[in-house]
Ligand binder design. Structure first.
Ligand SMILES: Nc1ncnc2c1ncn2[C@@H]1O[C@H](COP(=O)(O)OP(=O)(O)OP(=O)(O)O)[C@@H](O)[C@H]1O
Length: 229
């Protein structure tokens, strides 16, 4: 479902005299349906960079990134957006808060844009918010003023409302208490059971051990380690 072959990435820092930063060389990894793989490696090893390349926010300079059969290196923006609509989900660490939109609608939106009946989408959203212990009195409010942990749980509910065949998780259990952390781990296990291919960054080692089938160390793809200039 995720097939990464020979991927390289360099940043050109135009505002710093055109300095070039080589951050990734010949990265290769595959994630199959029903599998959860953790990206590990020291700070700066390129974990977030690879996730952003798979999500389509960072351009892929070299190699191939195929997600659910779609080649992302050199892809058109509309193809990336089509992939995100129904096949590629991303639970980022922080909610991109949309002012004035109630939490219930924030969570339901991924279903609504796919044409699911709005009442049904909101019922699904309510079920997830309940499961993630967001009190019902908050559902009609914009998450702008929610606590960090509440915002993260709204984000997780939004990220799991659709059975995305491919999911990217960026520290899904950070800033959660033990009860909600356990709910998130259950959601990840359920997604795997439904056949999702999941790639994640988990600084929470116990969470990683609980849900990940294996780890891929990004340090092996940093240019110094790989012997590339
Ligand atoms: N937009 C960018 N412009 C320039 N350099 C960048 C950019 N994004 C990332 N980098 C550089 O790429 C390298 C890898 O960063 P990245 O954030 O992927 O590491 P990471 O493994 O996720 O680290 P952490 O665990 O600290 O989040 C770093 O040296 C960083 O400075």
């Amino acid at each position: 479902m995720i097939e990464i072959a020979d991927v390289g990435k360099r940043f050109v820092l135009h505002n710093q005299g055109g300095a070039i930063l080589d951050v990734m060389h010949a990265a290769c990894l595959n994630v199959r349906a029903g599998e959860c793989v953790a990206l590990v490696g020291a700070s700066g090893a390129g974990k977030s960079t690879l996730m952003r390349m798979i999500w389509g926010n960072y351009r892929c300079d070299q190699g191939s990134i195929r997600v659910a059969g779609v080649e992302l290196c050199g892809a058109q923006a509309r193809d990336v957006l089509a992939l995100r609509r129904s096949r590629l989900g991303y639970v980022s660490q922080f909610l991109r808060v949309i002012p004035r939109v109630p939490a219930l609608n924030v969570v339901a939106e991924p279903l609504v844009v796919q044409g699911v009946d709005e009442d049904h989408a909101r019922a699904q959203a309510a079920a997830l918010l309940t499961r993630l212990n967001i009190p019902q009195r908050l559902w009609a409010l914009s998450p702008t003023t929610f606590s960090g942990g509440e915002q993260q749980r709204v984000n997780i509910a939004r990220g799991f409302i659709h059975p995305w065949p491919v999911m990217l998780l960026d520290e899904p259990t950070a800033s959660l208490d033990a009860v909600n952390r356990a709910v998130v781990l259950d959601l990840i296990r359920e997604a795997k059971t439904h056949g999702a291919a999941i790639l994640g960054i988990f600084h929470d080692a116990a969470a990683r051990d609980a849900v990940c089938d294996r780890e891929v160390d990004m340090a092996q793809f940093t240019p110094a380690a790989a012997g590339a200039a």
